[in-house]
Design a binder for this molecule. Sequence first.
Ligand SMILES: Cc1cc2nc3c(=O)[nH]c(=O)nc-3n(C[C@H](O)[C@H](O)[C@H](O)COP(=O)(O)O)c2cc1C
Length: 285
Amino acid sequence: MGKEIYAMIKIKNLKLKNRFLLAPMLEPNDIAFRMLSKKSGCALTYTGMTSPLSQKEIILDDRPAIQIFANSEEGIEDFIKKYDKKVKLWDLNLGCPSDLSKKLGHGAFLKDIIIIERIIKKMRSSTKKPITIKIRKTKIAFKILKIAEKYVDAIAIHPRTISQGYSGEPDYEFALKIKKATLLPVIFSGNVNKKNVSKILNDFDFVFIGREAIGNPKIFSELIGKNSKITFSQYLKLAKKYNLPFRQIKYQAMNFTKGIRAAKKARKELISVKNIKDIESKQIF
Ligand SMILES: Cc1cc2nc3c(=O)[nH]c(=O)nc-3n(C[C@H](O)[C@H](O)[C@H](O)COP(=O)(O)O)c2cc1C
């Protein structure tokens, strides 16, 4: 990658050490996984989408971006004030295509521009930290962009439609149109991998690494050309430290079989595990 690519790596006043960010992902991005992604070299981790009305304590040792989802301003100010010192950045999810988002009218289903503006404005008045928003390919994407430009510091585009969900080709041309339409830094999301990342970073400012990082946080060290040892044992150590529920640890164990030989056999063996000792005794990793 050319030197110029690293010329200005900033979102507002937040300096970032490279342009590889961990995409917001609800299930995979637990604190242990985020810590490991950071260790691997990821410049900024995002939490999965989080309700500002949630009372659950969020561990923020990785100094992440917290992604919120909302269909009104309710609770946003208090939520931001509660965690503001411990985060690097705030993000608003305007892209979630799930049935729950449909039911509650948030994510990609929040289509009322006036409410979107109220939410973003509330975020802006609650923090001096940088703010990003994450959008999809929708009819109102450019309208949102125009509003966002008044308040936010970067925009993330996952150029798939709501009905595409997470499959089918991301519409690269659509994302380029967003990039051309704004002076804000643009984060590209959608099937970013080791092969296509150089090209994408010629066109966009940052990339979100999503599914490629699931079970494989090592990808960040590979992307920055560093040879770090990132393993499931390290995940397990962190998961124990943070007292993560066993079902989450088992889910991640399944994910981490991705890169290993005889992955199918390993997954089969993992189905029946009941505790951490069971996982360790399988000697899979
Ligand atoms: C398991 C999973 C959970 C996700 N959760 C979120 C989320 O909470 N918020 C969000 O904005 N996007 C979420 N996404 C979407 C990703 O951030 C990303 O935009 C999408 O997966 C496309 O990127 P990829 O091809 O690199 O995975 C999720 C994706 C996956 C696979």
